[in-house]
Design a protein around this ligand. Structure first.
Ligand SMILES: C[S@@+](CC[C@H](N)C(=O)[O-])C[C@H]1O[C@@H](n2cnc3c(N)ncnc32)[C@H](O)[C@@H]1O
Length: 320
């Protein structure tokens, strides 16, 4: 690491690599994200080759995590970073607000970290509840796209670790789906019964998000964030088919959305399960100007399939 990623090397506290908590978290772990043999790792990474699909939401999370008044470069740890989807998405896009951002990808899956490193990304195998970085060494921590995989018992320690490693004035952004949202229903009724490894993970309530940060040296708020899936194609049918394939691969539910099923039937099911109209109507600050049901739309001669997802997000700023 000193040779290939010296910046990351300097941020690591070597004594933490010997922590019993970290070693016991890593010693025997294979998880569903390693491969399709262990769950849905290969198909998940195939879906993430197009890092633009979740960019609308990921961009908002990165903007929430970074202060506009930061004078220099901003270093962010993506704690559940997989094979670096968010780091690649940032690298692939010119975004003046995020131009100074450098991302460290963390993950507990050795296979995910190996794939991130193979793409030249600075990456660390560690557990969310036992981070290897020094105290107050980075500007922001992101826990997103899978925070529910951290067991409820480990979540307070994961939040505490996320706060520990950011500088005073730095931010922690924690993203997940509300237990009362259509997303939680999708995981319970589709992903859990039909994916190889199941999906027996508890999502978050707003109260849990608030409580996680209550005893920590931060000022925190909880927001609703529009975090859709968007794919682009030449025509209506291809956009619809690409979205069905993306959902099949990302969630390991090929049986439900496979290419040999009638695409119109799969799309009708997507329309039903990702319908956020009732959920959004009950939100205090319901978002406006966004589709609340899946849509296929044309713009500038291209076709887009857009599937709404509403997330709940805690933004915690570390007190000086
Ligand atoms: C749904 S994937 C998201 C990957 C990436 N952020 C993305 O959006 O493509 C969730 C990731 O969290 C990782 N993970 C699960 N539990 C973890 C833990 N306790 N500590 C660190 N990573 C964990 C998994 O190995 C997996 O790669």
């Amino acid at each position: 690491m000193a040779a290939e990623h010296p910046g990351l090397h300097d941020l690591i506290d070597p004594t933490r690599a010997r922590s019993p908590r970290l070693l016991s978290a890593l010693v025997s772990v294979t998880n569903e994200f390693d491969s399709d043999e262990t769950g849905r790792g290969d198909s998940y990474r195939r879906a993430q080759e197009d890092s633009s699909v979740r960019w609308t939401g990921a961009r908002q999370l990165l903007q929430l995590a970074t202060r506009t008044d930061s004078p220099g470069d901003v270093t962010l740890l993506d704690v559940l970073g997989g094979d670096g989807t968010i780091a690649r998405a940032v690298a692939d896009r010119a975004d003046s607000r995020l131009a100074k951002l450098s991302i460290i990808t963390g993950d507990i899956s050795g296979e995910m970290v190996a794939r991130a490193l193979a793409q030249g990304l600075p990456a660390l195998r560690q557990s969310a509840d036992a981070l290897l970085l020094r105290d107050a060494s980075i500007d922001a921590t992101l826990l997103a796209y899978g925070t529910h995989h951290i067991t409820p018992a480990d979540r307070p320690q994961a939040a505490s670790e996320a706060v520990r490693v950011v500088r005073p004035g730095g931010r922690v952004v924690l993203h997940d789906f509300d237990t009362a949202s259509p997303m939680a229903r999708f995981f319970a009724e589709v992903v859990h019964p039909y994916s190889a490894a199941g999906h027996d993970y508890a999502h978050f309530s707003r109260a849990e998000l608030t409580a996680l940060f209550a005893g920590l040296p931060v000022t925190a708020r909880v927001l609703d964030v529009y975090d859709p899936l968007i794919v682009e194609a030449d025509d209506y049918q291809s956009a619809r088919a690409r979205m069905c394939q993306y959902i099949a691969d990302m969630y390991g539910v090929q049986e439900v959305f496979s290419a040999d099923r009638d695409p119109a039937t799969s799309w009708t099911f997507i329309e039903e399960i990702f319908d956020h109209s009732c959920y959004a109507a009950a939100l205090r600050d319901a978002p406006s100007g966004i589709p609340l049901r899946p849509v296929l739309r044309e713009s500038g001669g291209r076709w887009f399939a857009e599937v709404p997802r509403m997330a709940i997000v805690a933004v915690a700023e570390k007190r000086a």
